[in-house]
Design a protein around this ligand. Structure first.
Ligand code: PLP
Length: 451
């Protein structure tokens, strides 16, 4: 076994990591994760960590699922690869498309496969523009997104996203993608009630459509709740008003369910949770629980019928669209979710308990707000609970808290001073208690350091 120091040296020398400062990595070294089981990870030094982030929001059924390994292994022996271009296909991709269509909202019966969430959003961009061309409205090209949204890291994905740091590094966004305000009441709501602020944020969509002209707007893209932006749950007034506006101006809805899909909210898709009828849904992550990379777009009949019947060749696709081994992983992952009734369990048992236990942390002097739905949540760290004032960002209070979490055996991520949590859906009540206990220890340590 290669020792930790050698691994860290080779890592720093040869591996540029995603979303990582390579200089800091070289100075401090990385945490090397070696194995995992259920909701726990072990690093190479044998430290056990409760994975409060399900990897990167993806390991919905937990680690160590032998039946997924077996399904992938069997598929690899039979047909490790074939493509789905040029009138070819294979049984796992067909079965998966039908399985997902059956789980999706009733008006969505078609799937396009990709290799990741970013590729799914690239696909959305191509598909909505093609759709409006075919509908005889070629000027309907612009896509409206939101500040602080995350839609991936390819050129189109990062452009659709609203992360200013990503835009700065890539000369982004590309043309015909614009951003409106996000529905982040805790940070930006000031004196408005959440309901008033939700309406205000939604109406910025209407203002933008009117500014651009409805004949120029193809689609609005949004996460049902923002994940990477800090688990931002829109106020209750937001989505109903967005729905009204989209219908009024005939603008398509692309719902990015890369995080929320496959059970995170206690529904198979958050479209159901928020009562939305999207035209396109981006999926990835929980689709295979991360065992093998895979993504896709679920397409409403309204769009799919036009693409299928009028497009001719849709000149878009990826070598690994519908990859048979990935499809086998997805099918077994979905089978586990169904057989073990995990989504129902989240809705009826675990999410209510998780949310209730988590709310107890709101009493902590460092905590300004705890919010969440299903098995996803955020904890806002603030200097002043009454005014919602944050600590000076140079301090990196969120990073302190994240590091204290690790010391106490918990993986929790920080977005600025917002702590975010998204554990595997198979977490038990006892494990929720363990997560809360560890989070409290980390909050106490962080608070001491703030004094
Ligand atoms: N969309 C959302 C909402 C995401 O959270 C992510 C990744 O975190 C993506 C898209 C991009 O997915 P991927 O990293 O698989 O390209």
């Amino acid at each position: 076994m290669t020792d930790l120091k050698t691994l860290q040296r080779d890592d720093a020398a040869h591996f540029i990591h995603p979303f990582t400062d390579s200089k800091t990595l070289a100075e401090k070294g990385t945490r090397v994760i070696e194995r995992a089981d259920g909701i726990y990870l072990w690093d190479i030094q044998g430290n056990k960590l409760l994975d409060g982030m399900a990897g990167l929001w993806c390991v919905n059924v937990g680690y160590g699922r032998q039946s997924i390994v077996d399904a992938v292994s069997k598929q690899m022996q039979q047909l490790p690869y074939y493509n789905s271009f040029f009138q070819c296909t294979h049984p796992p991709a067909i079965t998966l498309a039908k399985t997902i269509a059956d789980l999706a909202p009733a008006h969505m019966n078609t799937v396009f496969f990709t290799g990741s969430g970013s590729e799914s959003n690239d696909t959305n961009l191509r598909m909505v523009r093609r759709y409006w061309d075919l509908k005889g409205q070629p000027n309907k090209k612009t896509i409206i997104s939101r500040e602080n949204a995350y839609h991936g890291s390819t050129v189109a994905g990062a452009s659709l996203g609203g992360m200013s740091g990503m835009h700065e590094q890539g000369d982004l966004p590309i043309p015909k993608i614009v951003h409106i305000a996000q529905p982040y009441w805790y940070q930006e709501g000031a004196d408005l009630s959440p309901e008033e602020f939700g309406l205000k944020a939604a109406r910025s969509l209407e203002e933008k459509i009117l500014e651009l002209g409805e004949d120029n707007v193809a689609a609005f893209i949004a996460e049902p709740f923002q994940g990477a932006g800090g688990v931002i749950i829109p106020p209750s007034t937001y989505w109903p008003e967005i729905k009204r506006i989209l219908a009024k101006y005939d603008v398509l809805l692309i719902l990015d369910e890369v995080i929320s899909g496959f059970g995170r909210t206690g529904c198979w898709f958050a479209a159901e949770y928020f009562d939305l009828q999207p035209d396109l849904i981006s999926i990835a992550k929980g689709m295979t629980s991360g065992y093998i990379p895979m993504g896709g777009v679920i397409i409403a009949d309204r769009v799919a019928d036009v693409i299928k019947q009028q497009c001719g060749e849709f000149t878009h696709g990826y070598t690994y669209s519908g990859h048979p081994a990935a499809a086998a992983a997805a099918l077994e992952n979905i089978n586990i979710l169904k057989q073990e009734k995990i989504v129902e369990q989240v809705a009826n048992e675990i999410a209510p308990y998780f949310q209730q236990r988590l709310r107890t942390l709101a009493e902590h002097p460092l905590v300004g707000e705890v919010r969440g739905i299903g098995l996803v949540a955020a904890i806002e760290l603030v200097q002043d609970k009454a005014t919602r004032a944050r600590y000076n960002s140079d301090l990196g209070v969120g990073t302190w808290c994240r590091d204290f979490c690790i010391q106490h055996g918990l993986v929790m991520r920080s977005v600025g001073d917002t702590m975010i949590i998204s554990p595997p859906l198979v977490i038990t009540k006892t494990q929720v208690d363990e997560l809360i206990d560890k989070a409290l220890l980390a909050l106490n340590d962080t608070y001491q350091q703030c004094l």
